[in-house]
Design a binder for this molecule. Sequence first.
Ligand code: UDP
Length: 243
Amino acid sequence: MIEPIKILGVPVHPMTMVEAVDSLEQRMLAGEQTFVVTANAEIIMMCQEDASYDDIISHEAELVLPDGAGAVWAGRHLGYNVPERVAGFDLYNQLLALSAKKGYKSYFFGGSPGVAEAAKVKSEELYPGVQIVGCHNGYFTDADVPGIIEEINNSGAEMLFVALGAPKQEKWILAHRAELKPRILMGIGGSFDVLAGKMERAPKWMQDASLEWAFRLYKQPSRFMRMMALPKFALKVMFSDKK
Ligand code: UDP
């Protein structure tokens, strides 16, 4: 796999979307399990403050991709060649499209009750032939976990999408990856909500103008405190040493 670059100490693989999908498929076909993280500025900032989360992203995930305008800007500002943004929602959709073409099976885990099922219906509409072989909502107790893992493993899914929000989803994946049969394990935050139409994604022009953060803040003002990480991220990058 391509050498990672470092953004505030966090390794990020500067791949294109096509390269990322291809690498995930090849590793899956070779029987290798890949824990993939799409790291945006918020996640990189969480790593600065939470050593256990940093350890997961820096040492446990095999593939960490630059999600969001902030991560791409930071990589380039630090002197690296970062070809493009590989957003979690886009990678999730690309993997579904690939699955529909090749017959790979997926399991949707996370979100409020009914949302993963609604995302399944929508993905079957968007990617005819896609096989979503099971769904489970993201509100569970520790006692439920063995049953959830058994259901995922018995479903025959090759890809597991975990939508519990960061950092919960990555912590859950790390805690259970050894018991999980799917070969691709990916945290996807609120992607089921977006696919199911419960949450709007920023229009393309806002994404292209690096304004997705502003759209999210407008739609969910409660994210304000979380989003204070973004200017802190930019300042930290500006004051860090270049490559
Ligand atoms: N969620 C969940 N279980 C939890 C906490 C959150 O299933 O215990 C879901 C929530 O319903 C939402 C997603 O996780 O669908 C978090 O979305 P968000 O956009 O906040 O993701 P982030 O930006 O943190 O990756």
